[in-house]
Ligand binder design. Structure first.
Ligand code: GLN
Length: 291
């Protein structure tokens, strides 16, 4: 006998509860079931009596095994909702975090106050920050920098689904390369970045979901977590327009250190924004204007 969607959901949820791997077994089961049934999450409640074909049940079984092996739902279904779009994700890009939407909101707030023509995102990954910002603006072009060719492929696909393909370009290069500055334009009005900022110590204590399925190079910021800020600060100074702003993500408790680094390269802090969890997550900095 075929199970119905409703019965299958209960079964899947029970398996996840028993495995004890996730905080939200029901929601995870819903995502996975909707995915194999090729339904939108919102269609599940009205599809409760639909029969689940055996091959779909087998497919779900496989996905549940992956979830029980700590693979995040987003990486299993290959997509994560962020801001107003679904972003394709895989093992080469950081799973977009809801906290990072703080950067999008902040960049848009500043974009409304300055004349923005060019935006750059350092460590663009899936493109979630840059593409979300571009999708809300007109007459602006963006460039996404990343060390990973695979990440850029994903970001390119996401640019198309966000409808901003014609507004964006990508540069595959490491910002620690000696000749980096020869490859990037100047006078960006907004610099965006969510650089790797986890300390080596904290990285070793992260959950399996993160360590096994997010790329290490997108997370690890060296012993004190601040390596990327030290590398980026002088680059930001060279490529930022005179009246431009840097909108930067930081980790918990890093504000003092990051502001010190940025100040030593000629920046001043003009704004700091907390994420939904109350953590100071986003800094806005400008070039100190010389008198
Ligand atoms: N916010 C991410 C996390 O907590 C880290 C992102 C980063 O290192 N830039 O896993």
């Amino acid at each position: 006998m075929l199970k119905t969607v409703k019965e299958m959901l209960k079964c899947a949820e029970e398996k996840l509860v028993e495995a004890g791997v996730c905080d939200s077994p029901r929601l995870d089961a819903k995502y996975l079931l909707a995915h194999v049934m090729k339904l939108d999450l919102s269609e599940l409640p009205i599809s409760g009596d639909k029969p689940v074909p055996f091959e779909v049940e087998d497919e779900l079984e496989e996905l549940l095994k992956r979830r029980m092996d700590y693979e995040p739902v987003s990486k299993i279904i290959g997509s994560r909702g962020f801001w107003k779009h679904d972003f394709k994700v895989n093992e080469y890009v950081l799973d977009p975090r809801a906290d990072t939407e703080t950067l999008v909101e902040t960049a848009l707030k500043y974009a409304a106050t300055i004349d923005v023509k060019k935006i750059v995102d350092f460590g663009v990954g899936s493109g979630c920050i840059l593409l979300s910002v571009l999708s809300e603006l007109e007459g602006v072009c963006g460039i996404g920098v990343d060390i990973s060719e695979e990440a850029i492929k994903i970001a390119e696909e996401n640019a198309a689904t966000c409808g901003v393909k014609d507004m964006v370009g990508f540069l595959r290069k490491s910002w620690s390369d000696d000749d980096f500055l020869e490859h990037i334009e100047r006078d960006y009005d907004i610099i965006l970045s969510n650089p790797p900022y986890i300390t080596t110590n904290d990285y070793n204590n992260l959950s399996k979901e993160v360590v096994n399925y997010d790329p290490e190079y997108a997370l690890c910021g060296g012993d004190d977590g601040l390596d990327a800020y030290r590398e980026l600060a002088p680059i930001f100074y060279k490529v930022l327009a005179k009246d431009g702003v840097v909108v930067l993500e930081i980790g918990k408790g890093q504000m003092g250190d990051v502001v010190d680094i940025m100040s030593s390269y000629g920046f001043v802090l003009i704004d700091k924004i907390r994420d939904m969890g109350g953590v100071l997550r986003c800094l806005v900095l400008k070039k100190l204007q010389k008198l």
